[in-house]
Design a protein around this ligand. Sequence first.
Ligand SMILES: [Fe+2]
Ligand SMILES: [Fe+2]
Length: 278
Amino acid sequence: MNTQAITQNPANIEVRRMDFGFDGLQEQDWFRGNPILSAFMAVLSGTFPPGEQMFIQSVRYFKDRITDPDLQESVRLFTQQEAHHTHQHKQANLRLEALGWRALEIEKRVEQAIRLLNRKRSPEGQLAMTVCLEHLTAIVAEFVLTHPEHFEGMQPSVRNMLVWHAIEEIEHKSVAFDVYMQVCGDRKALRRMMNRMAVMFPLLTTLRTFYLLIRARRLPRWKHLREARQMLTAENGMLTCLKQPLKDFYHEDFHPDDHDNRGLVETWKAEIEQYRLG
Ligand SMILES: [Fe+2]
Ligand SMILES: [Fe+2]
């Protein structure tokens, strides 16, 4: 098993300022004409800004206790990447809201939920939550880049934002973990937190997807349901593909870099270069 830090090397984290411009996002069912898939992705986009702010805060809280200069630099780059993600998702959410998907309401509700969850949680507990959610994000990112067939028919600006976000999530996937191991290192607490997050995150995302469909007064057809189920549970579906990397998190000596997917990132970088500002 590879225990050498890879993404902790700041040279592997690149901050890209992007402008996807979401003017082309005109159809309400912008993801393959399927309201369920469109609402599902709108929920994810609404979840990112408050989620990423929480990630940034929980990691930066410990920045003075990080002694390794490489890790300090990685934290700085991680923060910048997440801040840019938030900015682009907020732009997308404004367009989604205009199309009838209440992405701004999702932003607000997620922010409230995080505040409530963290009310009595220690800074170490908040960092543990970030580590777990960063692992879930990284394995979803790997799924996105490994199975692009599922994202065909998605409005191009959102698809390219998704690819960019996935690339950068993979690049910084071990930063929060390395900070946690340096300042706390309680793996049992991490596994207990993952037990909760692995249930709560998909459950809340599903409930919020139904909520958006109801608020948008969209009644999906059977074929839309079949397509959504296929995307989740087929042999190459999201839930099927996430099972093993989720289990890996529970190994005694797990490290996010055990699974080296830098090659995958290299393959996709060219796709998003055209949107780059800096
Ligand atoms: Fe992000
Ligand atoms: Fe992240």
